[in-house]
Write a protein that binds this ligand. Structure first.
Ligand SMILES: [Zn+2]
Ligand SMILES: [Zn+2]
Length: 125
């Protein structure tokens, strides 16, 4: 069988080939690196007949790796207030709470201060 080779989105070499493990699936594998992508035969058929197959694969690959990277970053900072994960720039001072929780906290502190000062003021009248 004369295999068609495509440009690998990971290493950029013309070493990408399609493998057919069963009648429904297609595996795209690279001979030079560990790139792997599985898809349905229908999906592959559509992709193969499009004029910019390699570009589409590259775009998809970049999107996937971008998601992975941002996922790693997000797990680094979990807010102790709302339990959601944030990037460092969205965390408030000390890095324990997100900025939204800091604002809420400051508003609560401000309200308590107003109430206390009002009570103190009432006591001296
Ligand atoms: Zn490769
Ligand atoms: Zn929060």
């Amino acid at each position: 069988m004369n295999e068609e080779l495509y440009e690998c989105p990971k290493c950029g070499k013309k070493a990408l080939y399609a493998e057919y493990p069963d009648e429904y699936e297609v595996w795209l594998k690279c001979r030079e690196c560990d790139y792997f992508r599985g898809m349905s035969k229908a999906e592959w058929h559509k992709l193969k007949n499009s004029p910019n197959l390699e570009k589409k694969l590259l775009k998809n690959y970049l999107e996937e790796t971008k998601e992975e990277k941002s996922g790693e970053k997000e797990t680094g900072h979990v807010c102790r207030g709302c339990k959601k994960s944030f990037e460092r720039k969205d965390m408030g001072p000390f890095g324990f709470f997100c900025k939204k929780c800091w604002y809420k906290f400051l508003i609560v502190v401000f309200v308590i201060m107003v109430v206390i000062s009002y009570m103190v003021w009432m006591m001296f009248i």
